[in-house]
Design a protein around this ligand. Structure first.
Ligand code: HEC
Ligand code: HEC
Ligand code: HEC
Length: 430
């Protein structure tokens, strides 16, 4: 009796099972079939590593910011262990040094190429905290040079902690399902008809520089859908807001100002702070002038990714009483009475600044609470800093100031409340 019921249940489930298998199979085919999941283990041809190749590899590693993600604070460079917070738990970056046990010592070039292009290594399918969706665009010359250069690093036997992920994300094979639903490889031939400088810029932005990791707007389950391409949004890991990167957002820079900003972290229109300060410090300051120019040319050609901001309207005058005085007292000395900035941009303007035009007020609140310092670069060897106001102001004053600058200089509605400042940032009411 029981086995009969079981048989009937199985029979009833069969169409559903077939449907899942068909859809799964179709998605897998759509994604390039099973090839990404077959990791090559052959030795490949040995690389003839001359100094030119190694210097190129070092450059690729800098612009790809391998060290930024593969170094834990205070730890050995490239030995891994930096934690990445995701909604499913913590992922640790791996050891890229040539140690045979803990690092990539016994990896072959084909295996390395495969991990970079497909996000699959001998350990299984990698999590998208590793930007393989971008590195898939890397060309052969860059991959070879990178691999050869990583081989010259001092070997470290440091073993990063094991990932701490919730069930079922801890099983690497669940990433196959995630990829079926959420991963669509980029089109490497996009823009093939464009001039060489533009193509180089696109390669650096969409490929090696993986700008979309932060500047893309994520969809469900941490995906990066085409609709969110460089559209801006909250960065999952750090909670800062990254603006869209397109011609509209960057209209206030001309191409050479933008290229200079990328290398120096400073410009007449704003300076790099938070995670962007780190990216400039660790990576973009090493861009050659030509590559910086190519990135700027490409970014300025990207069509608007978000609707234009409404012109400043009525809201421009609805300030909390006292906000203007607070601004005058604490901020105007550096940022100017009309938000025009000072000292040739060393004190950046607030008019049209990222933190005041962003739909998300988080950057404005964080800057007021904790201040910041632009990255030290050859183009800006003695950066100016902004002091923290977390001790001097209470949460109501921080909210009033954030709203004041965002309404007056950015045309945004006054969204910030004292409760928000307290709840999000743990600031007690004075
Ligand atoms: C945004 C952060 C980030 C950047 C930038 C980054 N990685 Fe990683 N990488 C990771 C994380 C996190 C992992 C671990 C993923 C996992 O365990 O699934 C990883 C894993 C890897 C792996 C797989 C190692 C293994 O043992 O399976 C390789 C190879 C690798 N990275 C190489 C590089 C190289 C080369 C660069 C620079 C061009 C680079 N990564 C830049 C975050 C990053
Ligand atoms: C780790 C996250 C992260 C990565 C990776 C990143 N950015 Fe940013 N970026 C930010 C954040 C956050 C801001 C806003 C803070 C600021 O303006 O400094 C920003 C700001 C910018 C701005 C200023 C925009 C404006 O309107 O003034 C530019 C330009 C920019 N990024 C370009 C790039 C490029 C090009 C890349 C890739 C080579 C890149 N970013 C990679 C986080 C990131
Ligand atoms: C001593 C000079 C100084 C004072 C006083 C100061 N700032 Fe700043 N501010 C700076 C500097 C320098 C930066 C750039 C920091 C960086 O790049 O990390 C900055 C950055 C900012 C930003 C980010 C702008 C952007 O591009 O998105 C905001 C918002 C801001 N300040 C608001 C304020 C407010 C509000 C006050 C008053 C409570 C204030 N600042 C007081 C110097 C100052």
């Amino acid at each position: 009796m029981r086995s009969r019921r079981l048989a009937i249940a199985l029979l009833a489930a069969l169409p559903l099972l077939l449907l899942i298998l068909t859809i799964g199979g179709a998605l897998l085919l759509f994604q390039g079939g099973l090839e990404p999941y077959r990791v090559p283990r052959d030795a490949g041809t040995p690389i003839d590593a001359d100094t030119g190749l190694l210097a190129h590899g070092e450059y690729v590693a800098a612009i790809g910011n391998c060290a930024g993600c593969h170094t834990v604070r205070g730890g050995t460079a490239f030995a891994g262990g930096r934690p990445f917070t995701t909604p499913w738990g913590t992922i640790y970056s791996t050891n890229l040094t040539p140690d045979a046990e803990a690092g990539l010592g016994d990896w072959s070039l084909p295996e390395f190429r495969h991990a970079m292009r497909h996000g699959v290594s001998r350990d299984g399918v990698l999590y998208p905290a590793f930007p393989y969706a971008h590195f898939a665009l890397l060309d052969e010359a860059d991959i070879r040079a990178l691999f050869a250069w990583l081989r010259t690093l001092p070997a470290s036997d440091y073993r990063p902690p094991p990932n701490r992920l919730e069930f079922p994300a801890g099983w690497r094979w669940t990433q196959v399902l995630w990829r079926m639903l959420h991963y669509r490889p980029q089109n490497p031939d996009f823009g093939a008809e464009m001039p060489a400088e533009w193509r180089r810029g696109r390669y650096l932005v969409d490929g090696l520089g993986h700008c979309g990791m932060c500047h893309g707007r994520r969809g469900a389950m941490g995906s990066l859908p085409a609709s969110g391409y460089l559209a801006g949004g909250r960065i999952a890991d750090s909670g800062w807001y990254a603006p869209p990167l397109d011609g509209q957002q960057l209209a206030r820079y001309d191409a050479s100002e933008l290229a200079d900003y990328l290398r120096s972290g400073i410009s007449p229109h704003g300076s790099a702070y938070g995670p962007m300060g780190e990216v400039v410090y660790q990576s973009l300051q090493h861009l050659t002038a030509e590559d910086a120019r190519a990135v700027a040319t490409f970014l300025k050609s990207v069509p608007p990714r978000t609707p234009p901001r409404p012109a400043q309207g009525e809201a421009a005058h609805s300030f909390v009483a006292g906000a203007a005085d607070l601004y005058e007292k604490h901020c105007a000395g550096c940022h100017g009475r009309d938000g025009e900035g000072g000292k040739d941009g060393a004190w950046p303007p607030l008019v049209d600044a990222v933190a005041v035009t962003a739909p998300d007020p988080v950057n404005a609140v964080r800057m007021i609470l904790y201040g910041g310092i632009a990255p030290t670069t050859p183009g800006n060897p003695q950066p100016y800093s902004m002091p923290p106001f977390v001790e001097a102001l209470d949460s109501a004053q921080v909210a009033a100031l954030a709203n004041y600058i965002r309404v007056r200089f950015g045309g945004q509605p006054p969204l910030v409340t004292a409760e928000m400042v307290r709840a999000r940032h743990g600031i007690p009411a004075h």
